[in-house]
Unconditional design. Structure first.
Length: 420
């Protein structure tokens, strides 16, 4: 049970979020994101994401949760992060006037360990810096059908509604509460398959045993489609036409998808952005990437009207092959890509999800000159090629115990794009 002090703590945070959400700038920022995602950019948009929260728990304005109960401590952390990000990592961030209560479901996935990483809000330094080892579990065609199993999803509705009603009671008269389901399904076909075969063996099998990998890719896609359809049938899909991150990019606001439902769940796959990626194929040829990844991913991407593709992999030399996806809207341009080559090929057809060099932010002294040069360059290229661009700082591992480095990048990036 929460104490009166803890309930008041949550209410106080809820009130702060409502006040932020009521600011006029929220409408302006939504308009900017919608214009980018519609391919009618007003100016580039900027956001920072995917940083270990542990890095924000030191220095000025450090985040300090106080609630003991694990469930409500997580809700507290989410609200604290929203407020912290608005105050220090604003960019073109959007805060909506409601709080989310996540649905609770049991998901067997495909029965094999997926590529994993610490939860974003972890406060455990040991977990934050842990390395993961993968043992080979797929050896042949028989293993594919025997070990990659059909997923099973069970909705724990009673427990979900109990949590939802508790939050509604706590936040009554302060801020709206909505249910929060699945908005993005991670789909990283060969990142996962090579975790099951081991990377060296998987790369070898591309040449020596291709039919085995084609069979694994087909099975992977079938199982993920089956899993997504279960979430849809259970009414657990939420719209990502909102301030949710699409894959490894920015927000999903656009004008050609339905708005979120009033309850927060009950949406359809065909009303959402879909995502796919295969970082492990960075050094695989465009032709082989198309054969093994893109061709099999079509079964998945055809579920959605809009697709965002990529993460940290190099894709500037695979733009033509990405034409496999007729509903492709946005492509990641990572630091490993030739930015101009990518933007020249993408032109006005695809939205550019530009990833800033996160290593520059950790230089001593901080590489603000390099970051400034990079930001100005992508803005020049956007004008040159008529591109719609989102600028993302993500996948930060360290800030040298100085979260202000990330604050300064957000300020710097905002200043540059506003002079676009």
């Amino acid at each position: 049970m929460l104490s009166d002090r803890e309930k008041e703590r949550l209410r106080s945070l809820g009130k702060q979020i409502r006040e932020i959400a009521e600011l006029d700038i929220q409408k302006e920022n939504k308009k900017l994101w919608t214009a980018v995602n519609d391919g009618q950019m007003i100016r580039p948009v900027v956001i920072a994401r995917d940083y270990p929260v542990l890095l924000l728990m030191e220095g000025p304005d450090a985040i300090r949760p106080t609630i003991e109960d694990p469930y409500f401590r997580q809700r507290e952390m989410e609200m604290l992060l929203t407020i912290y990000e608005w105050n220090h990592l604003r960019g073109d961030r959007v805060v909506e006037p409601y709080l989310n209560v996540p649905i609770i479901a049991e998901d067997s996935n495909v029965g094999l360990r997926m590529s994993s990483y610490p939860a974003q809000w972890t406060m455990d330094p040991e977990e934050l810096h842990r390395a993961y080892a993968f043992e080979r579990v797929l050896w042949n065609e028989e293993d594919v059908s025997a070990k990659i199993k059909w997923p099973k999803v069970v909705y724990r509705r009673e427990e979900t509604m109990e949590r939802y009603e508790q939050m509604c009671e706590i936040m009554e008269g302060i801020i709206q509460v909505k249910l929060f389901g699945i908005q993005n399904f991670r789909f990283a076909m060969f990142d996962d398959i090579f975790a099951w075969t081991t990377i060296d063996q998987g790369m070898t099998d591309l040449v020596m045993n291709p039919e085995y990998l084609h069979l694994a890719a087909e099975r992977y896609a079938e199982c993920f489609i089956h899993r997504a359809r279960q979430y849809e049938a259970l009414g657990l899909i939420s719209s990502n036409n909102s301030n949710t991150y699409i894959g490894n990019g920015g927000y999903g606001y656009c004008s050609d998808l339905p708005s979120p439902t009033q309850s927060g769940i009950g949406g359809r796959l065909q009303d959402n952005w879909g995502v796919a990626q295969d970082q492990i194929f960075t050094s695989v040829s465009p032709e082989m990437t198309k054969e093994f990844a893109f061709e099999h991913e079509r079964a998945w991407t055809d579920l959605y009207p809009r697709i965002y593709y990529g993460c940290c992999e190099r894709l500037d030399h695979k733009i033509a092959e990405l034409g496999t996806f007729p509903n492709l809207k946005k492509i990641s341009v990572s630091p490993f890509s030739n930015c101009e080559a990518a933007m020249e090929k993408m032109g006005k057809r695809y939205i550019v999800s530009f990833k800033a060099h996160n290593t520059f932010i950790n230089l001593n002294p901080c590489g603000y000159e390099l970051l400034t040069e990079e930001l100005k360059k992508v803005c020049r290229l956007a004008k040159k090629y008529g591109s719609s661009v989102e600028i993302i700082m993500k996948s930060i591992i360290d800030l040298n115990h100085e979260p202000q480095r990330l604050w300064e990048w957000c300020r710097l990036a905002s200043e540059i794009v506003k002079s676009f």
